[in-house]
Write a protein that binds this ligand. Sequence first.
Ligand code: B1M
Length: 223
Amino acid sequence: MADSPNPQEGVVSQIEAIYQAVLDGNAPAAKAGVEKALAAGIAPDTILKEGLIAAMAEVGRLFEENEYFVPEMLVSARAMQNGLSVLKPYLAETGAQPTGKVIIGTVKGDLHDIGKNLVAMMLEGAGFEVVDLGTDVSPEKFVKAVYDHKPQVVGMSALLTTTMPSMGTTVKALQEAGVRDQVKVMIGGAPVTDAFAKQIGADGYAPDASSAVRLAKSLTGVA
Ligand code: B1M
């Protein structure tokens, strides 16, 4: 008698297809892979962590090893964004609907936006109103956005060690503008640490998008 198919093998191959599509920079395949995996009932969190995010970590490793260069990183990033766009509605956290407004941006000089977009999506999914300021956001632009939007939380993302200092400059700019006490500041991004957050006077650091939601809730007194 033939062995019955192992459902676990199906999950592994579907996740591998997504991982490979991002690695190859194949945006249509990344989108189709995520759609197929969702239709097969694979958890969005598994697709995100083991497929999309794991592939971007490998892209970073290949870049460090001089096997990938900026163009390859770019097409992989596009494939990741394509996959993420399908996943977006599924990334909503369940539970109480908090109310709160977050302005978020990638700091000055930094163009990396995948992690920031993911954090923004998860915050929206958790019920926050999110104003996304985009990338390369100067301290002055953060300050202006606080005046304009009156958020409870200012979120900053940085992926480069060279742009991390702009987070500290932004905290100082908020102080100088007299609005630091009106907002909580949360930061994140691959090179950022809890110690760095304390050093620059931020209110909190989150290592990933789910922790960012928990942090925003606790900073705004929702959880
Ligand atoms: Co760039 N890049 N890149 N890059 N890139 C890194 C960051 C790098 C680590 C690669 C490497 O060397 N291994 C390296 C930085 C080294 C360093 O500073 N120590 C690097 C470099 C050097 C560069 C350039 C200088 C390359 C060059 O031009 N020679 C250049 C800089 C351009 C600039 O910004 N001015 C550059 C350019 C690019 C692309 C444009 C090609 C592309 C970005 C496209 C885009 O974002 N639209 C790109 C990419 C894709 C990467 C890697 C491969 C992937 C980043 C990513 O999207 N990760 C990256 C290597 C790596 O990280 N392993 C690399 C997936 C994402 C989901 O994770 O962003 O960490 P992450 O976000 C996480 C958490 O950090 C956290 O939650 C997210 C979800 O879990 N988080 C927050 C993020 N923000 C948060 C905010 C929060 C809370 C949590 O609160 C507000």
